[in-house]
Design a protein around this ligand. Sequence first.
Ligand code: ASP
Length: 406
Amino acid sequence: MSFTKKIIVSMILGIIIGIAFNLTDLIESALGDYITSALDLISYIFLSSLKLIIVPLIFFSIVCGIISLSDDVSISRLGIKTLLSYTVTTVIAISLGLFFSSFISYEPIQVQDLDNTIDIGNIESDVSIFPNNIFKSLTEGNIIHLLIFAVLIGISASRIKGKIKTFIQYFYDFNDVINELVKIIISFTPLAVFCILAKTFSTQGIETIIPLASYFFTVVFVLLFHFFFTFSILLKLFTTLNPIKFFQNLKDVIIFTFSTSSSSASIPFTLRAANDKYGIDKSISTFTVPLGATINMDGTAIMQGCATFFLASLYGIDLGVSEIITIVITATIASIGTAGIPSAGIIMLTVIFTQIGIPLEGITLLLGVDRLLDMMRTSVNVSGDLCISCVVASSENKINQKVFNS
Ligand code: ASP
């Protein structure tokens, strides 16, 4: 069985067994406890191993990528192009969320029924983009700081390439070792996908969706629309690549992001797909993929647009042009600031709600369906990173069309 088929089978089995488990009393028994702990442990080890390699993977691959960058690709041009594309797609995503939500009339709710207990004490409010202590940034897992540091080391090393051949060789060797480790960890994906999904569905079930059906399905619809429509248009307009092939190549990545709900944990996986499936040159993907996983969150932006509209209607808050503009701007900034980890997007909603004056307790209402939506929006987030990576790589002539089409 191919690797992709193995992952798909594990995913289906995980969902079915998880739901079956949730419907029986087994989940409450001692055996149920034992099984969920075992599923938890395997998921935890797998996700931790992925997180473990993110820092060295990004660091070595960016430094090596920049050293091997041919003189015709300027790092500042690459940076501007990538940042601009990520911002534009995020703005499109939020606008789609707001646009489609405006067609839905939501049933009013009894606001006083809302639970007041949301814990929003954990919001990261670190706005210092530029690192001043790389060791502190590393222990905090700050990917943007790591990216900046790696780019600076890469630029400095490539300026004196001729003099430091041994140093450069060491970097390439380390890079190979890390890539081998990525290969080993990724070979456990089918097992991990099964455990993560079985655990999620056994504890959440699917009945949580029902009370919030219209919000849930609006978000799902806009996610699908953005995924199929916006990404195809971008590829058609800015590349000569076949969008259908783009979607076919995404299969493994989507299953992975669906299971983990984490753009950051998916970085090693996405990077491999960028190189092996899309034929994107490493000098481009090592920059665009980690950056995208950190700042480009189209799916999150869609959820934030829909959630804002949904709760504003429920609370009877009118959204005029100035509120809409505020939402687009705040949601763009909020989705850039959202960490690529599960549920980060819903926490960042507090930023938008505060701007618009929507009571923060409203967020508790959305929590029931958020786990499932998180799986889907993370898949759109990472697909967006790959789409823009293809666009940027094509514009630099750094994509191997044979690999992309194979
Ligand atoms: N889980 C999402 C991600 O990692 C972030 C979010 O909660 O929207 O991309």
